[in-house]
Write a protein of this length. Structure first.
Length: 81
């Protein structure tokens, strides 16, 4: 819902209105993507949801282990460097 040319305050720069128009377009696009994603989640079966939770849990465990080993490498590097 862009402001019409007649409604646009003359004291505001044209760049402001261009930026506003771009932002409104992005906002509408993201709203549409959000609605599509939400509808996709609504179609997830309980079994798929459980599989997703398990995959996410495993991913978090792996990231945690990676963080720990990276910290150990960094501690070793700074102690011997």
């Amino acid at each position: 819902m862009s402001a019409s040319e007649e409604q646009r305050a003359e004291w505001l720069e044209p760049e402001f209105w261009e930026r506003l128009d771009r932002l409104e377009g992005r906002h509408q696009k993201v709203q549409s993507e959000h609605e599509t994603a939400r509808r996709g989640l609504d179609r997830v079966t309980p079994r798929e949801a459980e599989e997703l939770r398990n995959a996410w849990r495993r991913y978090c465990e792996v990231v945690d282990e990676l963080d720990k080993t990276t910290a150990e490498f960094e501690a070793l590097r700074t102690c011997t460097g």
